[in-house]
Design a protein around this ligand. Structure first.
Ligand SMILES: *[C@@H]1O[C@H](CO)[C@@H](O)[C@H](O)[C@H]1NC(C)=O
Ligand SMILES: *[C@@H]1O[C@H](CO)[C@@H](O)[C@H](O)[C@H]1NC(C)=O
Ligand SMILES: *[C@@H]1O[C@H](CO)[C@@H](O)[C@H](O)[C@H]1NC(C)=O
Ligand SMILES: *[C@@H]1O[C@H](CO)[C@@H](O)[C@H](O)[C@H]1NC(C)=O
Length: 414
């Protein structure tokens, strides 16, 4: 049942451009260490400046439906499913090409030690950034960041195999994505985020290894960036995030290997990495772009790359940081023109301050406004049952669900 098709979508572009041309209202606050603009996202994709847009989503974001069908092992089918959920037909091909991003991320206690910050640099080139606040009906609210250059669109309807062939051997021309579709796909392609429980996640690149393959029967099948959306929606802390990941087959988009830094408002922080068919969990507060799990011998670490050492040095100099210390640590570990955005996520006060393109004097602040109409945040008990543990819901259509056995195929460090 299709409600819209792409021809109708094209006619939306005009309205969207009108919306875009209306300037966003900005409150500015100047402090001695620079100025911070307060951003208020709305449903439209609003332009903040040449590299930054913001938007908000409210309603059913489809993650419960996705988990019910157990997800997809490739981005084409995943995005098709989500677009269809939002009423769009799939006679073209959308894909995610999260290539080559280098990033740094770390978690630190604040000055009194009872709150935590999560800092993140996203290092790439020429990124068009979308900050998206999500207030889903039956999941946790969150702030997340998207590099829209990772979202591709080809006019033909391709299978994943065809896409890889076309993309690699036959540079198929990509189309420019209409804003309303870009906004929907942005929901599912966060490279970092913070949810209303203070759970923070960063996706960081790893060196190429043999293609990671996980195929545990009856696990969810999820790809690199959609995993972040599922965790932001469904996990209140690191342990809940790991429970979900243990029931998930990780499928790296285009075979590009990444790892996740996941941290919570109690100060727990872990890396989750994959090698061959194994998932490895390591307690760590800092992550850049090499393996951290024991036994992986820092695979992917280059001697010239001092980012991890810089961050660790600043963390030991300042075991308790304020927001300026976090910003300065991001500045010290940034890669000049390659750093596309730097974020100070405040995991207790649920806000994010962004610095774009290494301009650390100009911040953009977004607050998660969770006292708006959202029942999910008030019902902690339901959370886990609906999303993670409830085989009655998730495994409805699978009689042979045996999650205990599944877990033995996953390996953990620590
Ligand atoms: C598009 O949707 C149809 C119908 O649901 C499905 O059979 C097909 O696999 C989808 N195409 C791709 C490339 O995912
Ligand atoms: C640290 O975070 C907690 C929780 O938000 C807050 O109550 C406290 O005031 C913060 N401490 C400082 C020194 O900012
Ligand atoms: C390259 O792409 C074009 C357009 O999609 C297609 O007609 C052609 O068959 C492709 N060539 C190869 C070698 O895949
Ligand atoms: C998950 O993906 C694998 C292939 O990667 C497939 O064999 C399996 O059937 C999928 N599981 C579900 C529940 O769709």
């Amino acid at each position: 049942m299709y409600f819209k098709n792409l021809q109708i979508i094209f006619s939306f572009i005009i309205c969207v451009s009108l919306v875009l041309s209306s300037p966003i209202e900005i409150q500015e606050e100047t402090t001695e260490s620079g100025s911070i603009q307060q951003l208020e996202p709305t449903e439209e994709l609003q332009v903040v400046n040449d590299f930054l847009k913001i938007t908000e989503f409210r309603g059913d974001d489809g993650i419960d439906s996705l988990l019910k069908v157990k997800g997809f092992n490739n981005d084409i089918e995943f995005i098709n499913y989500m677009l269809k959920f939002h009423g769009y037909q799939n006679d073209t091909t959308f894909f995610i090409n999260n290539e080559n991003m280098a990033c740094s991320a770390f978690q630190t206690p604040n000055e009194s030690g009872d709150g935590f910050y999560f800092g993140k640099n996203f290092d790439f080139f020429g990124s068009n950034t979308v900050i998206l606040t999500n207030y889903p009906d039956n999941s946790y609210s969150s702030i997340s960041t998207v590099n829209t250059n990772f979202i591709g669109w080809i006019a033909d309807l391709l299978t994943y195999e065809d896409l890889i062939r076309n993309y690699i051997f036959n540079q198929t021309v990509s189309l420019s994505i209409p804003d309303d579709i870009l906004r929907i796909i942005s929901l599912y392609t966060p490279v970092d985020g913070l949810n209303e429980k203070g759970l923070s996640i960063s996706v960081n690149m790893l060196p190429d290894v043999e293609i990671v393959e996980q195929n545990v029967e009856n696990n969810y099948n999820l790809t690199t960036l959609p995993i972040v959306r599922v965790l932001l929606d469904k996990a209140a802390n690191v342990d809940e995030a790991l429970e979900i990941l243990k029931k998930t087959n990780y499928h790296p988009s285009f075979g590009i290997n990444i790892h996740y830094l996941i941290s919570d408002s109690n100060g727990k922080a872990v890396s989750v990495e994959y090698y061959e068919d194994k998932m490895m969990i390591t307690e760590t507060k800092v992550m850049t772009n090499h393996y951290l799990a024991e036994g992986m011998n820092n695979l992917g670490q280059y001697e010239e790359d001092k980012r991890l050492e810089i961050i660790e040095a600043m963390m030991s100099e300042n075991p308790n940081m304020n927001a300026e210390n976090v910003r300065d640590t991001l500045k010290a570990s940034s890669q000049g023109m390659y750093t596309q955005w730097s974020i100070v996520y405040d995991q207790k006060n649920l806000e994010a301050t962004y610095y774009l393109r290494s301009n650390f004097e100009q911040g953009y602040n977004i607050k998660l406004n969770i006292d708006k109409d959202n029942d999910y945040s008030d019902s902690d008990d339901e959370t886990i049952t609906i999303s993670v543990d409830d085989d009655e819901i998730i495994g409805e259509d699978s009689a042979d669900d045996n999650s205990d056995d599944e877990k033995t195929e996953v390996e953990y460090d620590n």
